[in-house]
Design a protein around this ligand. Structure first.
Ligand code: HAM
Length: 435
């Protein structure tokens, strides 16, 4: 039985084949996302993976609505698997915003589902780091979010030679649109045509733009003139004050495909131009009001960064650490008579917080030793009882090949001390130890 196209299996390292997704790389990315978001004062939240279909048809825009996984449930409700988290966030904030001081700074790592056309960097499910600020109109919040985006990518070792954040303004595009077309209802059609400018054939874009009263050359001229709005100037100087100016550039080629954006918008791209966007977001000041049926009106802004392009980019740049499996201890039972003593030692060491393995079924000691090596154990222990009935453990450090005889209650103290020493002198090559 095959898995569905566009969905992934995540295997533990070492990976069984090339091209297979690694759960350890995923955990590494999640941990980096969480670390930097926390550093910026964001707190984690989550919503349900299934939502009423209407939540997305309200304002997400045709593209994402066309990609929905939706169905009617047994109670006759129209349901969709979440393709993005922003409408959920708007709903959650609107429901309880009075309980939170503004601005609200929240992040989440949801798995999202979109019935996408198969293409590089785009699958039918992905994990997406979302960071959003609600209740702040000052463009300092936009700069704070972009700084967070940049620092997340820097956290994984990417530099200004690897990626750039292209910053634009929905408001500037809106003014450009209004100068020529008075039908505000068609503005989203126009943004979509601009959003696809780099991906669609010029003939097709020209035709769409012509129907709206524009030519592709006018649009291109507006992009190359790229006159920043005061808001964008503020954001750039805020980022410059943090020493992050080299990571951002004004680029009106960005307009964002989603319908709800209202102000500054941005997307991050790899500088070699090999991948689709690494991340994208912007200000969406009317969404909370729309989703709450006009009851709550709060400005908001945020971005999403998927795990797919990020993993591929880190792989290409050699920035994914080597994930070496490791175990603190493997306990060897010399024979079946010593199984009870061995199990007690295993339990004692696990209770003390060590990762410990042993052979589940009877096995010759040399086979058990081989298994310890395969599992990357740091130490091996033979539990022995002396003729007077006292229990002692022969403990071998597999790296230094030194041996000591200890009491079983001393093992955890010794191995934890060894672990702490390991951590204080990190290995070259950015090695990550899996426990
Ligand atoms: P989005 O541009 O649709 O924005 O997605 C954000 C990021 O998620 C993309 O730049 C990409 O890294 C990743 N992504 C999107 N679709 C896929 C896919 N099919 N496969 C793999 N990765 C994908 C949003 O979703 C907005 N809700 C973000 C946001 C949050 N805006 C404000 N707050």
């Amino acid at each position: 039985m095959e898995r569905l196209p566009g969905f992934r299996d995540f295997y533990p390292e070492p990976l069984p084949a090339s091209g297979v997704w690694s759960i350890n790389a995923r955990q590494h990315i999640f941990a980096g996302w969480r670390r930097v978001a926390t550093r910026y004062g964001f707190t984690e939240y989550d919503g349900p993976p299934l939502e009423p279909l209407e939540l997305y048809t309200l304002k997400s825009g045709n593209e994402i609505v066309g990609q929905l996984y939706n169905f009617t449930d047994k109670g006759g409700r129209e349901i969709a698997l979440r393709p993005e988290l922003t409408p959920t966030l708007a709903r959650m904030v609107a429901a309880h915003h009075r309980q939170y001081k503004k601005p609200i700074k929240w992040f989440a790592l949801p798995q999202l589902f979109r019935y996408e056309r198969q293409q590089k960097g785009r699958l039918r499910e992905h994990f997406q780091f979302n960071a959003d600020i609600v209740g702040e109109t000052d463009p300092a919040a936009d700069a704070e979010l972009i700084a967070l985006l940049i620092d997340v990518l820097r956290e994984f070792g990417l530099t200004a030679r690897d990626f750039v954040v292209r910053l634009s303004s929905r408001r500037a595009w809106e003014e450009f649109f209004r100068r020529r077309c008075s039908d505000a209802a068609r503005a989203y059609e126009f943004y979509q045509a601009v959003d696809k400018l780099e991906r669609e054939s010029p003939e097709k874009t020209n035709e769409t733009l012509r129907q709206l009263g524009f030519t592709i050359d006018e649009v291109r001229d507006f992009i190359s003139a790229g006159r920043p709005t005061p808001e964008l100037e503020f954001i750039v100087s805020d980022l410059a004050a943090r020493g992050l100016a080299e990571f951002v550039r004004i680029d009106y080629g960005i307009v964002r495909g989603l319908a709800y954006y209202t102000g500054p918008v941005f997307e991050a791209f790899d500088l070699q131009g090999e991948f689709r966007a690494i991340a994208g977001g912007g200000r969406y000041d009317s969404l909370v009001k729309l989703i709450s049926g006009g009851k709550v009106d709060l400005p908001a802004l945020g971005f999403g960064m998927g795990d797919v392009v990020l993993t591929q980019l880190l792989e290409r740049q050699g920035l994914l650490p080597k994930f070496t499996a490791s175990l603190d201890l493997f306990c060897i039972a010399e024979d079946e008579a010593s199984r009870g003593d061995t199990l007690r030692t295993v339990q004692l060491c696990r209770d003390a917080g060590l990762s410990v393995e042993y052979a589940l079924s009877p096995m010759k000691p040399d086979k058990q030793f081989k298994r310890a090596l395969e599992l990357g154990a740091g130490h091996v222990a033979w539990v022995k009882r002396s003729p007077d009935g006292t229990k002692a453990v022969r403990l071998r450090n597999l790296a230094t090949r030194t041996e000591v005889v200890v009491r079983e209650d001393e093992i955890a103290i010794m191995l934890k001390a060894a672990r702490a020493e390991d951590r204080s002198c990190p290995q070259p090559g950015n090695k990550i130890t899996l426990t």
